[in-house]
Design a protein around this ligand. Structure first.
Ligand SMILES: NC(=O)c1ccc[n+]([C@@H]2O[C@H](COP(=O)([O-])OP(=O)(O)OC[C@H]3O[C@@H](n4cnc5c(N)ncnc54)[C@H](OP(=O)(O)O)[C@@H]3O)[C@@H](O)[C@H]2O)c1
Length: 202
């Protein structure tokens, strides 16, 4: 059994991830901290550091957070770009950058990207670009991490559980059950993959 920190635990992807992590001691966190063990804001370095200092000993970090603005590409403001980058890109990179100081030898980080960098949709450019950045980050960072630490990303298509919210934006997409996405997180945490993007598509 590993001790792992699941950030965004109460969200749709967080719940999907949780379904694959049942063999472990899971410490939950989210921005509000509602119904979680800890509150953390992944866009704030001090908040990230505080979380890792409070938990003290852990073998894995699973992140299911990355907020993006949705707008037509020519209407996206710089502020909308920067807030998407601060959350989905730098927030996740900072989890690895800072977390590497605290995580156990042989630990793992699992980040979230998303299918839009493979299959773009209108309004989804910020999500697509930051997902592409995360996929590239894990491929590179995984090669460089010290102490046997692994870094991977799960890149899912839309969840069945989220279809009502996003389905209208995604004609021709086939949603997948959260349970399958949970399996991808399980492979990332319990397997030996490193520097990999684990795609979950129908
Ligand atoms: N849902 C899908 O079908 C799907 C498919 C592929 C990829 N993704 C990607 O997965 C990620 C999560 O999506 P979701 O659908 O699971 O979202 P969601 O249901 O809205 O959940 C978001 C979670 O993130 C937390 N959160 C938001 N901002 C935070 C911050 N700055 N620091 C810490 N926690 C924060 C929220 O916590 P509070 O509630 O406490 O604020 C909540 O637990 C997104 O990047 C999305 O693009 C989603």
């Amino acid at each position: 059994m590993k001790t792992l920190i699941l950030i965004g635990a109460k969200g749709m992807i967080g719940q999907a991830a949780l379904s694959g992590l049942g063999n472990h001691k899971v410490i939950t966190a989210s921005r509000s901290g509602r119904d979680c063990d800890h509150a953390v804001d992944i866009t704030d370095e001090a908040s990230i550091r505080k979380l890792f200092e409070q938990v003290e000993e852990f073998d894995a970090v699973v992140n299911a957070v990355g907020e993006c603005e949705y707008a037509p590409v020519c209407e996206m403001t710089e502020q909308q770009w920067m807030s998407s980058i601060a959350s989905k890109m730098m927030g996740q990179i900072n989890l690895v950058r800072i977390g590497a100081e605290y995580i156990a030898d042989g630990g793992s980080f699992t980040l979230i990207s998303g299918i839009l960098n493979q299959k773009p949709i209108p309004l989804g450019v910020a999500d697509a670009v930051t997902s592409g950045a995360i996929d590239t980050f894990v491929k590179c960072a995984g090669l460089e991490m010290p102490r046997g630490i692994r870094v991977n990303a799960v890149n899912p298509t839309v969840l069945e559980e989220s279809w009502e919210a996003y389905g209208e934006l995604m004609p021709g997409f086939e949603p997948v059950p959260g349970r399958l996405v949970g399996k991808a997180f399980e492979r990332a945490v319990d397997g030996f993959l490193n520097g990999e993007v684990i795609y979950v598509d129908a």
